[in-house]
Design a protein around this ligand. Structure first.
Ligand code: ZN
Length: 117
């Protein structure tokens, strides 16, 4: 089936020009460009280090990282506790982000610190 590449309409075989816009019809529509990942805060130089149960832990981790000379950013909100049949599950998406170049060092800091929690 011929398609108009700009209107994305389908036409009967034998039609070779779009009656709407005059574009030459093609056999197949080009693939739609894939949507870029939906990331509300994206910085290619930063990578997520840890997901933490609360902003308090995130602040603590940030301080520990700063003491090591690693800048970090906290993204996300305090977890929302919701009730299930059996328990309260804290949901959190507080994430600490660190520069890509520092991620290994930051990982060690995070491991050490979170051991003590
Ligand atoms: Zn058209």
């Amino acid at each position: 089936m011929p398609f108009c590449p700009s209107c994305r309409y389908e036409y009967k075989p034998g039609v070779w020009k779009c009656p709407d816009c005059g574009a030459q019809l093609v056999d197949k529509l080009p693939e739609e460009a894939p949507k870029p990942e939906q990331e509300e805060w994206s910085n290619p130089d930063f990578v997520p280090l840890r997901n933490l149960p609360s902003r308090l832990y995130a602040e603590m981790l940030r301080e520990a990282l700063e003491a090591m000379g690693i800048i970090s950013m906290i993204k996300g909100d305090e977890g929302i506790a919701f009730r299930t049949m059996t328990s309260h599950i804290p949901v959190s998406n507080v994430t600490v982000w660190v520069p890509r170049k520092d991620v290994e060092k930051a990982q060690q800091v995070a491991d050490q610190m979170l051991d003590h929690i």
